[in-house]
Design a protein around this ligand. Structure first.
Ligand code: PMP
Length: 443
């Protein structure tokens, strides 16, 4: 028994001792196919020699220098690369240590933008229900996942939530995609008017929703409308691409597929691919300009920001992705994964929806396909699927049951970008067995 504290005091997780490519091996010698990249993190798989070589080289030159004194070549090169590949209007990158911190920094930058411009009244943050933006207090406040927020609510700043754009659950029968997109985006306009436009600071959303709802893509021109509404009211658009970004959906940034650019964007998981903890906030020129012509200082210094080891790992990961044209593989293998999921679950009585983009795909479990009724959260179907899948040698990322009451359980797949056809076939075969075994346990 270790004294290391795990999130769950009831769980004793297996100990991972080695990893290579798509496989993680535990201390009992069992292999697991990493079909979810942990939490959509391991985009290059495990033990990539080029990333390891880059880490060695960085450690040999300089492992750490505090940003209060120095910058480093690795951090500068990563910042430049992020900006060169960023959506239009983005001019600067701020390196932090992970996703939650990126969201915190983005919220603070939004507020500082307002105050530097003399718009002291802008303070309301609007986000969407069934969203997750991180576990620190600011990011948790922005998120709209009641299960994660409930016990901390007295400590959270006041935020406001509108409906997500979630076709399977919210689009009405006979409602066109265009009408649904307009209705869902219209909730933002209504909320801004209700709060008073001059009091609203920012709207935060994930282009493709990850952890809370399971690879939910937007519909039609939803995000174009969101962009227009934000612009009309001087509200900043923060896109959280911590999970869906850095190539996961088949383009470097998920928002490229929506044809919009954010004012602020957060990236993390796939940025460093798990080789080092790292995240970044990408800032539009207008935010940078307001700060640089104003106080000239952003009050968000963390000891490990811009860490050279983390920057070197992220640079290497991003260079390999570009060199090996892995985004093309994400698109091709994403299509294959979708096809295999449809084959295995398309007429499954307890799979209501199969959705996602690129190598970011999910199935949503339902007790009844017709009514879309979810399983009783007390049955913890998602946790059972995870446990049985591990027995089958498969890592998947299931969530649900307790989301906003009783939405359906879902299983998220986010394999590394190096995945091949045969791997996908094996992943879906094992998942199909795990799903049926888990359903058998609660039948
Ligand atoms: N935003 C999104 C969309 C996420 O999925 C996550 C992590 N699941 C976070 C923020 C928080 O990132 P981290 O766990 O690295 O703090």
């Amino acid at each position: 028994m270790t004294h290391l504290l795990h999130r769950s005091t009831r769980l004793q997780p297996r100990r991972a001792v080695a990893a290579s490519g798509l496989t993680i091996t535990d201390s009992e010698g069992r292999d697991y196919i990493d079909a979810c990249g942990g939490a959509a993190v391991s985009c290059l798989g495990h033990g990539h020699p080029d990333v390891i070589a880059a880490l060695h080289a960085q450690a040999d030159s300089i492992a750490y220098a505090h940003t209060g004194f120095f910058t480093t070549e690795a951090a500068e090169r990563l910042g430049d690369r992020l900006v060169a590949d960023a959506p239009e209007g983005i001019g600067h990158a701020y390196l932090v240590s992970g996703g939650s911190e990126a969201v915190e920094a983005a919220l603070k930058l939004a507020r500082q933008y307002a105050t530097e411009r003399g718009e002291e009244g802008r303070r309301h943050v609007i986000a969407r229900r069934q969203s997750y933006h991180g576990n620190t207090l600011g990011a948790l406040a922005a998120g709209g996942n009641e299960w994660r927020r409930a016990q901390f609510r007295p400590l959270l700043m006041e935020t406001h939530h509108i409906a997500p754009c979630f076709a399977y659950r919210e689009q009405r029968e006979a409602e066109s995609d265009a009408d649904y997109a307009a209705r869902a985006a219209g909730e933002l306009e209504t909320k801004i008017r209700e709060l008073g436009p001059e009091s609203v600071l920012a709207f935060v959303a994930e282009p493709v929703v990850g952890a809370t709802a399971g690879a939910v893509p937007p519909v039609g021109d939803y995000f174009k409308r969101i962009r227009e509404i934000c612009d009309r009211h001087g509200v900043l658009l923060i896109l959280d691409e911590v999970m869906c970004g850095m190539g996961r959906t088949g383009t470097l940034h998920a928002c490229e597929q929506e044809g919009i650019s954010p004012d602020l964007m957060t990236v993390a998981k796939g940025l460093g691919g798990g080789y080092q903890p790292i995240g970044a906030v990408l800032l539009s020129e207008k935010i940078y300009d307001a700060i640089s012509t104003g106080s000239g200082f952003f009050q968000h210094g963390h000891t490990y920001m811009g860490h050279p080891m983390a920057a070197a790992a992220a640079l290497a990961v991003q260079e390999v992705i570009a060199r090996d044209d892995l985004l093309a593989n994400v698109r091709e293998m994403g299509a294959h994964l979708r096809e295999r999921l449809t084959g295995a679950f398309g007429s499954h009585p307890h799979v209501g929806d199969i959705r996602g983009r690129g190598l970011f795909q999910a199935i949503e479990m339902v007790a009844d396909r017709e009514s879309k009724a979810p399983f009783d959260p007390a049955q913890k179907l998602h946790a059972r699927i995870k446990a049985v899948a591990m027995e089958e040698g498969l890592m998947v990322y299931p969530m649900g049951g307790t989301i906003d009451g009783a939405r359906g359980d879902h299983v998220l797949l986010a394999p590394p970008f190096i995945v091949e056809r045969a791997d996908i076939d094996r992943i879906v075969e094992r998942l199909a067995r795990a799903v049926d075994r888990a359903l058998g346990e609660i039948a």
